[in-house]
Design a protein around this ligand. Structure first.
Ligand code: AHR
Length: 495
């Protein structure tokens, strides 16, 4: 029996709702088809945005959406995507599949989407192939509410009022697709571009994000952070879970053996080490700044579904993905004092999506249900929690280990406690005895997402994996006992 202690007296940090954020790029069928179908589509839409997708994302509790990329961001020239649609430039999306980008989804459409979703906004600017003036004018266009050329242009295009822009990324993967730069060079460019990203709205500060490291490139973090320091509100980290660790043969989304399953979870759990080490590096470089980390690309990355365009990054999603999501979100919660935002890649039809579409059809993936289950953590206070657990060894990774149970707990303003536990073992249940410090427990409710690790939803069977009520626990006066089934994510609500 594992021991689980939750201490509501130990209030650690507010869990920024934006940790539950998403990412949508002009890539494959994410924006076009997946989200935006245009006003004339047969698919029910409001101003071109698919109603089914918007409703599902709202129900899941999407707090913030990053756009327009990714690699696409560093080739995106925002003026191509404003004004009458018939006049917008057609161009080649060179990064992703070489398809024609007609720019029918641009700045106004993005803010309209976020308005419909009721979520916050995160726009990523172009440092790789864009100019300082272009970036400066985009920020002016989006946020200035006085008399200026860009505010006037925005009004001509139908929006007198400025948009609500919360975060702005100054470049994306500048060490790779965003310009192949060295950290010192990027840091100096950041300082220059950032200078002209003005705070146009009276009394409001635009949160700027500097391009951070790829995986464990601590040198990038060090060099950028020591040069950028107070000039940024956060530094980003990109880390994808690739089961084999090899980009030319990543492993299939639905076909994998037990060792590959374990290796996937081991690699996903590396997020804990990466977050800790990058935060330690930020602190060693800028001990008084309390610099924040933004994990604005994370998730599983498999080989594309057979027969689909390799440049579209379309992959299925199974209970294995749900376990990756469950454990990663618990890791983010536990570091809520330093992680300001995270954005899983990518919302619809690309990589670890929460939604897949096929023409008029739409399905919710196992990952969707994890986000929905965890939504109560958003803006709650992280509280102390400790669990004993077995360790699982990954043969494919030199017998390195990761925990079988990964958990986190939060409390809301009414004193209700939420605890989410991921059992990462594909085969072994775990018995736990939970004690809540200094509390008489009135009631416990629970929900579960579980299955065999290959289980998935598809267009013929869209309901195979879903959250159900969980009754595998017994309430005690100061806690509960429970058996957490293999390959499951469980949420306890404790009053
Ligand atoms: O999410 C897909 C791609 O992965 C993004 O465009 C890029 O930033 C990263 O390499």
């Amino acid at each position: 029996m594992e021991k689980y202690l939750i201490n509501p007296n130990q209030k650690i940090a507010k869990i920024n709702k934006d940790i539950y954020g998403h990412f949508s790029e002009h890539l494959g069928r994410c924006i076009y088809e997946g989200i935006y179908v245009g006003e004339n589509s047969k698919i029910p839409n409001v101003n071109g945005m698919r109603c089914d997708v918007v409703n599902a994302l709202k129900e899941m509790g999407i707090p913030v959406l990053r756009w327009p990329g990714g690699c696409f961001a560093d080739e995106y020239h925002w003026k191509d995507g404003i004004g009458p649609k018939k006049d917008r430039k057609h161009m080649v999306n060179t990064h992703w599949g070489g398809v024609v980008e007609d720019n029918s989804f641009g700045t106004h459409e993005y803010f309209e989407l976020c308005r419909q979703l009721g979520c916050d906004t995160y726009v990523n600017g172009n440092v790789g192939s864009g100019t300082v003036q272009e970036m400066n004018e985009w920020v002016e266009y989006m946020t200035f509410d006085g008399v200026s050329p860009m505010a006037k242009l925005r009004e001509q295009n139908g929006s007198k009022e400025p948009f609500d822009l919360k975060y702005f990324g100054v470049g994306n993967e500048s060490w790779g697709c965003g310009g192949q730069m060295e950290p010192e060079y990027y840091a100096n460019l950041y300082r220059r571009y950032n200078t002209y990203c003005r705070d146009y709205k009276q009394g409001e500060h635009l949160l700027r994000i500097a391009c951070g490291p790829n995986v464990d490139d601590y040198n990038w973090t060090k060099k950028v952070a020591e040069r950028v320091k107070w000039r940024t509100d956060g530094i980003s980290l990109h880390y994808y879970t690739v089961p084999t660790g090899q980009w030319h043969n990543k492993g299939g989304a639905t076909v994998f053996d037990n060792n590959e399953y374990i290796s996937t979870i081991y690699k996903a759990y590396r997020m804990e080490e990466l977050v800790k080490n990058h935060i330690a590096m930020l602190d060693s470089v800028a001990p008084n700044e309390n610099m924040k980390l933004i994990v604005d690309e994370w998730g599983t990355w498999f080989d594309v579904e057979p027969g689909t365009n390799p440049g579209f990054l379309y992959q299925q999603n199974t209970m294995r993905d749900a376990i990756v999501a469950g454990l990663t979100l618990n890791i983010f919660n536990k570091h809520a004092d330093r992680i300001m935002m995270a954005n899983i890649a990518q919302t619809v039809n690309v990589l670890q999506s929460v939604i897949l579409t096929d023409g008029e059809k739409m399905i919710k993936t196992p990952t969707y249900f994890v986000f929905k289950m965890y939504k109560e953590h958003q803006d709650n206070t992280l509280i102390g929690s400790y669990i004993t657990t077995d360790k699982i060894k990954s043969k494919n990774d030199g017998d390195r280990e990761f925990p079988q149970l990964v958990e986190s707990a939060s409390i809301d303003e009414n004193g209700v406690i939420y605890s989410t536990i991921t059992n990462t073992s594909a085969t072994k249940a775990a018995k736990i005895k939970c004690q809540i410090a200094d509390r008489k427990v009135k009631s416990v409710k629970a929900e579960i997402l579980s299955g065999e690790c290959h289980d998935k939803n598809d267009f013929d069977n869209s309901d195979a994996v879903k959250t159900v009520e969980f009754d595998g626990f017994r309430k005690l006066s100061d806690g509960f006992t429970a058996t957490i089934p293999a390959c499951s994510v469980v949420k306890f609500t404790i009053e």
